[in-house]
Ligand binder design. Structure first.
Ligand code: UDX
Length: 456
C-alpha cells in the first residue's frame, strides 16, 4: 500500500489528507504549528469546513490518519509527499515561496529512498521544474541511489465545499515528466478514476498554469458580471435577468455570474496578482487579468460609496449605526482572507459610523486578525441583535440563514430602515424589499432610491 505524507495542514492539505485516509491510505500530516497539531490529534479541526470533523475523527479512530510536527517523520513515513503549504502574495504581487522551499529542503534532507513529491500549492510556472533540478543535484551530491521525483497536482477545491470537492473533483490534473510518477499518482487517485472523473496528464508547466488560468478566468467572469451590474443600474436593466439570459448559452454557462461586492478569499485575489507577475517576468502583459483586478477594486469601492453617500451627511457618518451581516468571504466558511467585508467596514468606520457585525462563522477570526478594526466594531450574537437601533443593514455574505430571520421584528427594531443587499439575496423578494429602502446590486429597474435625510 502506498504511504502518503502531507506537509501543511491548511484548507487544502488537511482536507486532502483526511480524504486520502478515508480512501484507506496511511496518511501522515505535518505542520510546523504545534498548537494546530495538538488540536488535530484530539480530533479538533482548526478550520470550519462542513464534513471535515467527521472525516478527521474517522481517520484518527481507524489509525489511518496521524499528525506530527516532525518533518523527518513525515518524510520517513511516506512514499508520496504532497506539499500543501501557503504561497502568500508578496508586496509586489508575486508568490512568496518561502514555505514551499522549506518543505523541499526537509524532503531533500530526510529522504532515504525513492520519493514522489507532489506540489498541491499553487506555484508560479517553472517552480516544479526548479525543484526537480534541486532534488536531482541534492541526491547526486549525496551519492545516494534513490530518486526524488516531482509532480504538479493542482487543487480546485472551494472553501465551504472543500470535502465534497475533494471526494468528487471536477477533474484530476497530473503534471510530470516521469511515467513512474504518473502511474503512482493514478494509483493514489484510483477511486476517482473508477468513478469516471476525468484525468488530464500533462507536463509540469501546463499543470502549474492550469490552476492560475482557471482561477483567473473565474475572477474575470465575476468582474465582468459586476461591471455589467453597474452598467445595468445606469440603463434601467436587471443583472439577475441578464446573467440568467447569458447563462442559457451553454458556451457561457450560468455559473460564476452572480454579481456582488467583489470577489475575495485566499485564491482569486492572490492568484490573479501572481499570474500578472508571471506575465510581466515573461514579457507578456496580461491586460484581461489586470482589468479584472482593477474592476474588483472598483466594485468594493462602489459598494462602500453607495452606502456612505446614502447614509452620510456632509461626508460624515458620525451618529449612524450600520449592521454588517457576513464577514467570511463566502458562506459556509470562517475564512475572512481578502473578504470585501473588510474594505466596507474599514471605509464606513473611517467615516465615523458605529459598526455592529454578525457572521455565523467569521467573527472569531475577525477578533483575532483585525486588530486595526476591532476598536470600531461591536460583535453581536445574532442578526436581530446587530439591527437594534441601526440605520441600515448591509448584507456582505449570502449565508442561507439570513433568509430565515424575522424581518418584521428586525425592521421594527431599527432606527431607519435601509437594506444594502450586496449579494442580491432578496432581489426577487417583494415582502422583504417592501419593508426597507432596498439597494441591491445591478438592479436599474428600481430607481426610487432615497438618502437617509430624504427618508427622515
Ligand atoms: C476558488 C475556486 O473556485 C477553487 O476552484 C480554487 O481551488 C480556490 O479558489 P474559493 O476561493 O473557495 O474557490 O471560492 P469561490 O466559490 O470560487 O468564490 C470566490 C469568490 O468569488 C468569493 O468571494 C465569492 O463570493 C465570489 N463569487 C463567486 C462571486 O462574487 N460571484 C460568483 O458568481 C461566484
Amino acid at each position: 500500500m502506498i504511504t502518503i505524507g502531507i506537509i501543511g495542514t491548511g484548507y487544502v492539505g488537511l482536507v486532502h489528507g483526511a480524504v486520502l485516509a478515508h480512501y484507506g491510505f496511511q496518511v501522515t500530516c505535518m505542520d510546523v504549528d504545534d498548537y494546530k497539531i495538538t488540536r488535530l490529534r484530539e480530533g479538533e479541526s482548526p478550520i470550519y469546513e462542513p464534513g471535515l470533523d467527521k472525516l478527521l475523527k474517522e481517520g484518527l479512530q481507524s489509525g489511518a490518519l496521524s499528525f506530527t510536527t516532525s518533518a523527518e517523520q513525515v518524510v520517513h513515513n511516506s512514499d508520496v509527499i504532497f506539499i500543501a503549504v501557503g504561497t502568500p502574495s508578496k508586496m509586489d504581487g508575486s508568490a512568496d515561496l518561502r514555505y514551499v522551499r522549506e518543505a523541499a529542503l526537509s524532503i531533500a534532507q530526510y529522504a532515504d529512498r525513492d520519493k514522489l513529491v507532489v506540489l498541491k500549492s499553487t506555484l508560479p510556472v517553472g517552480t516544479c521544474g526548479t525543484f526537480q533540478r534541486y532534488f536531482d543535484s541534492a541526491v547526486a551530491g549525496s551519492g545516494a541511489a534513490y530518486r526524488i521525483e516531482v509532480a504538479s497536482n493542482p487543487e480546485f477545491l472551494r472553501q465551504g465545499q472543500a470535502v465534497s470537492d475533494a471526494l468528487s473533483p471536477s477533474r484530476v490534473i497530473i503534471g510530470t515528466e516521469s511515467e513512474h510518477a504518473e502511474r503512482l499518482l493514478q494509483s493514489v487517485y484510483s477511486v476517482h478514476a473508477d468513478a469516471g472523473i476525468p484525468f488530464l496528464c500533462t507536463n509540469l508547466e501546463s499543470a502549474e498554469m492550469i490552476k492560475y488560468a482557471a482561477n483567473s478566468f473565474l475572477a474575470v467572469k465575476i468582474s465582468f458580471i459586476n461591471e455589467m451590474a453597474l452598467l445595468a443600474e445606469k440603463v434601467g436593466a436587471n443583472i439577475s435577468h441578464i446573467a440568467q439570459g447569458m447563462g442559457m448559452d451553454e458556451r457561457i454557462s450560468p455559473h460564476f455570474l452572480q454579481a456582488g461586492p467583489g470577489y475575495g478569499g485566499s485564491c482569486f485575489p492572490k492568484d490573479t496578482q501572481a499570474l500578472v507577475d508571471v506575465g510581466r517576468r515573461s514579457g507578456e502583459e496580461l491586460y484581461v487579468v489586470q482589468a479584472a483586478i482593477a474592476a474588483n477594486k472598483k466594485q468594493k469601492q462602489t459598494m462602500l460609496d453607495r452606502i456612505s453617500e446614502t447614509l452620510s451627511y456632509g461626508g460624515s457618518l458620525k451618529g449612524r449605526t450600520i449592521a454588517v451581516w457576513g464577514l467570511a468571504f463566502k458562506p459556509d466558511t470562517d475564512d475572512i482572507r481578502e473578504t470585501p467585508s473588510y474594505d466596507v467596514i474599514q471605509g464606513l468606520s473611517g467615516k465615523g459610523a458605529a459598526i455592529r457585525v454578525y457572521c455565523p462563522q467569521g467573527m472569531k477570526q475577525a477578533v483575532r486578525l483585525w486588530p486595526d478594526l476591532n476598536p470600531s466594531i461591536e460583535y453581536c450574537i445574532s442578526e436581530e441583535e446587530s439591527a437594534i437601533q441601526a440605520d441600515a443593514i448591509v448584507i456582505m455574505t449570502e449565508w442561507e440563514q439570513f433568509r430565515r430571520v424575522d424581518w418584521n421584528a428586525i425592521a421594527g427594531s431599527m432606527r431607519s430602515s435601509f437594506l444594502f443587499d450586496c449579494r442580491n439575496m432578496f432581489g426577487q423578494d417583494k415582502a422583504v424589499r417592501g419593508r426597507f429602502h432596498y439597494y441591491g446590486v445591478g438592479d436599474g429597474s428600481d430607481r426610487r432610491h432615497y438618502t437617509l435625510r430624504e427618508a427622515q
